[in-house]
Ligand binder design. Structure first.
Ligand SMILES: NC(=O)c1ccc[n+]([C@@H]2O[C@H](COP(=O)([O-])OP(=O)(O)OC[C@H]3O[C@@H](n4cnc5c(N)ncnc54)[C@H](OP(=O)(O)O)[C@@H]3O)[C@@H](O)[C@H]2O)c1
Length: 242
């Protein structure tokens, strides 16, 4: 069977580890040329090595998402090297566990800068190329806290609500250009992030990063008349319908 993403260029932020690494590998297995972006070049190279060993194509490109110039440079690299972008996965993110009185303004700014502002700038800088793709697809990785809120996660919750809200408005605006904007809101996934902020969750019960990658693959490669705007995905052991 033909691989659905052959010759397409897909950028994945936060591809150095965790969910982003799994998404990058999954997209490459389906034929995409993957631009793997994050700060840690060694870890990015490791992701790209894994892709190439499996017969795929990837480019590691460092980016600091709280820095607008760095995001611009990333997009310039993609434009110069490939002249196209078909898929953008805004996955990179940071979190914080802290009660209200101990959450500093700098904490708030840092979380908003990476999780919301960085994703916004990247969408804006990428949309010119995405409009030329048929279709262009953006998948924004929000969170269960993009829908509800958790104690001690005020800044993180705000940033993920911002990302999700931005995505809904963007989906409306870009539909005329055949650019789809999807959101995935995961519960606990087995990555470094969750082991740091939610060590209380039994590791055996966490969603695997590869399970999120499967959902991304569905969103970016499904063709036909059905479109899924948002996927909310929870641990099997948590309560239904968050
Ligand atoms: N794990 C969960 O339970 C869970 C649940 C719901 C939603 N999510 C969301 O899923 C996404 C991925 O999370 P994860 O669990 O895979 O986390 P993770 O293992 O901590 O990975 C986060 C990724 O983001 C990158 N990153 C962080 N700050 C960055 C910055 N300033 N500029 C560029 N890249 C940056 C990191 O790479 P570098 O350090 O190399 O830059 C890393 O690749 C996040 O948006 C997270 O909020 C996670």
């Amino acid at each position: 069977m033909n691989k659905p993403l052959v010759d397409k260029v897909a950028m994945v932020t936060g591809a150095s580890r965790g969910i982003g690494r799994s998404v990058a590998i999954a997209l490459a297995k389906e034929g995409a040329i993957v631009v793997a972006a994050a700060r840690d070049s060694e870890m990015l190279n490791e992701t790209c090595r894994a892709i190439e060993e499996a017969g795929g194509q990837a480019l590691a490109s460092t980016v600091e998402l709280s820095n607008e110039n760095s995001i611009r440079k990333l997009m310039e690299t993609v434009a110069e090297k490939y002249g196209r972008l078909d898929v953008l996965i805004n996955n990179a993110g940071i979190t914080l566990s802290s009660v209200l009185e101990e959450t500093t303004t700098d904490d708030w700014d840092r979380l908003m800068a990476v999780n919301a502002r960085g994703a916004f700038i990247l969408c804006r800088e990428a949309v010119g190329l995405l409009r030329q793709a048929l279709p262009g697809v953006i998948v924004n990785i929000s969170s269960v806290v993009g829908v509800k809120g958790y104690a001690k996660q005020i800044a993180y919750t705000a940033s993920k609500h911002a990302m999700r809200g931005m995505s809904i408005a963007m989906a409306e605006e870009l539909k005329e250009s055949d650019v789809r904007v999807h959101v995935i809101c995961p519960g606990g996934v087995d990555t470094e992030m969750v082991s740091r902020v939610r060590p209380d969750i039994n590791k055996d019960e966490l969603i695997q990063p590869e399970e999120i990658a499967e959902l991304v693959l569905y969103l970016v490669s499904h063709t036909g008349n059905a479109v899924v705007d948002e996927i909310r995905v929870r641990r099997a052991t948590s309560g239904p319908w968050f």
